[in-house]
Structures are given as C-alpha cells and as structure tokens.
Design a protein around this ligand. Structure first.
Ligand SMILES: Cc1ncc(COP(=O)(O)O)c(C=O)c1O
Length: 372
C-alpha cells in the first residue's frame, strides 16, 4: 500500500547487520537464533527476517501465528515457538507449518506424541528448563523424568534444550546460579544417547554480552539485534546501535497568542506568542499519552517538546525557538538528527517503562520502511 502520511519507522539494514556481527563476536562461536517475536520487537518481521534469513541458524517467535506468518513470508529456516502451546490441538497446526514447539511437561510431550501419531510425522521439539526465571519450563530440580521421557520418545525428537536468564543484565551471582543449574541439566542429559544431538541454549542478549561462557551451542538474542540496551541498570553498554528511527513531518503550523491553550484539557498554556506544529502521530500509533507535555523530539537539529496532550492521531510540538521552521520539516521522535539523538530508552524513562515496550508499542499503523 502506498504511504500517504509522513509517519514511518525506518529500519536500518546496516545497523541490523552490524548488531548481528557484535552478537556473533560475543557469542564466541555459538549459533544464533534471532528472536523476532512481536513483529521483531516492533521493527517489522518482514524486513528483519528477510535481512537475517541467510545469516542466522533460525528464528524464535512467541506464538504459532507468528511462526505461520514467517512461513508465509518465505522463511525456510527452523522456527522455534518460545511460548507454550495450549490447547494441544495447536501442535498439529505447528507441525503442518514445520514449527518447533517448546515442551515443558510430560503431558505436553504426550500431546506432541499423539499429534505425531495422528499426522504420521516425526516431530522435533525443544525442552524448556526453568533454572530461575519462574515462567514456563520444568524446574531444573524436577526435570529428570521429563529428560528420560524425551529421550525414550519414539515419534518425536528432542532437538534442543534451553533455559532463560532472569537478570543477566545486572546480577552476576544469580546468573551464575542459573548457569550452574543449566550445566547440571546438560550433564544429566549426557546419560541419554538420544539427547546427544540436542542443542543447548541459555543466553538472551544480556547473557551473550555479559556472560559469554553461557553461550552453549545456540544463543537467542532479541533486543541487542535491534541495537537497544537490555536494561537501564546494566553496568556496561552493549556495543550495538539502534536500528529503528521513528520519524514524521510537520503538517500544520500556527502562531498562537500568549495565554492560548493547546490540545485536550488545556495542559499547555502559551507563556508567550508561540509557534505550534502539528505532527501526524498519536497514541493510536504508539506515541503514548504519558509523553504529553514532556517528550522531546528533534526538528532542524534542535530539541522541541510536546505541547499539551498527545491525541489519538496528532501531537503538537512547541517549535517557537526553531528558526526557519516550516510545514514539511522532518520531526524525529526516536533517532538521530545532526549530532542529537532521542533514544527509545529516553522515552521509556519518561513513561516509567522499558525500551522493549516502546518499540513493541509502535502500532501496525506506522509503516516500517527499510533503509540502508
Ligand atoms: C525465551 C526467550 N529467549 C530469548 C529472548 C530474547 O531476549 P532479549 O530480547 O533480552 O535478548 C526472549 C525475550 O524475551 C525470550 O523470551
């Protein structure tokens, strides 16, 4: 569909590739499974999967639907569903699309075996071990029966065993504990010849950069591929660069006299004669109401601020101090202009949230456009 509104998220191919190279460097030889769930963290899975398709071992998604979408986009590589499948009838759908499910229980494994029997297919799966995340996965200290069942299943094959770090960005002690628990699972699995070919995987982005020894066979980076930091409290910054720039343009400009208000609830009152720019982006695009009156943006290389409340489709900015400003000028909501930058982390801090939520929250209404 042609783009008529000047609000887009630009996705940089070179940044994605450089970030993947940084991940590989820190992963010390482990293969990469690129996590592209949630529309590639809001970066547009179509663009991201096309760029990474020939460069990674496979992809990680959250749901069967996301996996089917990757197949529809022509992705041939292995696709691991990182979420849990329920009801078990969805195993058949996943099998038909050639997606690899995650199994966390004996009942899940039985459900998959039944699907294998009904479809006549030999089905691969990954086992999920909970070493301290407390989400899906069988607890590391209760996993032996499931390991044994996985090793003796005739219709299915355990092609991977994985776990997930909870605090690899800031807590080396807990991370080490999780690593040791997972290492003990690896040791236990070594007793079963049918698990010998399974890939072991533990590290998310923070794990890759801060605990390189925990790479095992396969790393699962998400946020680092997109050039974002795994947290605001990490002791060190990852050497990656943001791949997404969120841009729009001024579509309307008007002078208002001192004392006039802007937007709903009159939260902006002009302290002087002011120049107010209207920009076609609002909370329906993911530019959240919490950014009202506070969020910075860049126009002509200078910082401007939201004037009044963000509305559903439009947001006003006070551009009084920008010489020569005119309709059509670029407005950078996230990204760089000249030597200034607005980061997803900055917007996240203003909203009391994390950068993941900012990019995931850029809605489907905003076209993702690939740039060099
Ligand atoms: C199971 C699993 N692996 C890997 C990742 C990637 O994590 P990150 O984006 O922090 O690299 C996620 C993301 O939440 C996940 O749930």
């Amino acid at each position: 569909m042609p783009i008529y509104r000047p609000t887009v998220a630009e996705i940089s191919r070179s940044a994605l590739c450089a970030n993947l190279a940084a991940v590989r460097h820190h992963a010390r030889g482990a293969d990469v499974l690129a996590v592209v769930k949630a529309d590639a963290y809001g970066h547009g899975v179509e663009i991201v999967s096309r760029i990474f398709q020939s460069r990674v071992r496979g992809f990680g998604v959250a749901t069967v639907e996301e996996g089917i979408n990757l197949r529809r986009l022509g992705v041939k590589k292995p696709v691991l569903i990182l979420g849990t499948l329920w009801p078990f009838s969805s195993f058949a759908v996943a099998a038909r699309a050639g997606l690899t499910p995650t199994i966390s229980s004996i009942s899940g494994l039985k459900g998959l075996e039944e699907t294998a029997r009904l479809t006549g297919k030999f089905l691969p799966f990954y086992l999920k071990i909970d070493t301290g995340m407390g989400r899906i996965g069988i607890r590391y200290d209760m996993a032996s029966a499931l390991l044994e069942a996985a090793a003796s299943s005739r219709r299915t094959v355990c092609s991977g065993i994985y776990s997930h770090f909870a605090s690899a960005d800031f807590d080396p002690v807990y991370t080490r504990l999780q690593y040791e628990r997972f290492s003990s699972i690896k040791h236990a699995a070594a007793r079963f010849p049918r698990l010998a070919r399974a890939d072991f995987s533990m590290s998310n982005s923070a794990g890759i950069f801060f605990s390189p020894r925990a790479g095992f066979d396969l790393v699962r980076p998400g946020i680092a591929l997109y050039g974002l930091q795994p947290s605001a409290v990490a002791t060190r910054k990852l050497d990656v660069a943001p791949a997404l720039a969120w841009k729009s343009r001024i579509v309307f400009l008007k002078k208002i006299p001192r004392g006039s208000s802007v937007s709903y609830a009159q939260r902006f009152i002009a302290r002087r004669e002011s120049l107010i720019a209207t920009v076609p982006v609002g909370y329906a695009d993911g530019y959240r109401v919490g950014l009202s009156c506070v969020a910075p943006a860049l126009v002509r290389g200078r910082v401007v601020r939201v004037a009044g409340r963000v509305t559903m489709d439009m947001t006003m900015f006070d551009v009084t101090a920008i010489p020569g400003v005119c309709v059509g000028d670029e407005v950078v909501l996230i990204g760089r202009q000249d030597d200034r930058r607005i980061t997803a982390e900055r917007l996240a801090a203003l909203l009391g949230t994390i950068n993941y939520e900012i990019t995931c929250g850029i809605s489907a209404r905003v076209p993702r456009v690939e740039v060099a």
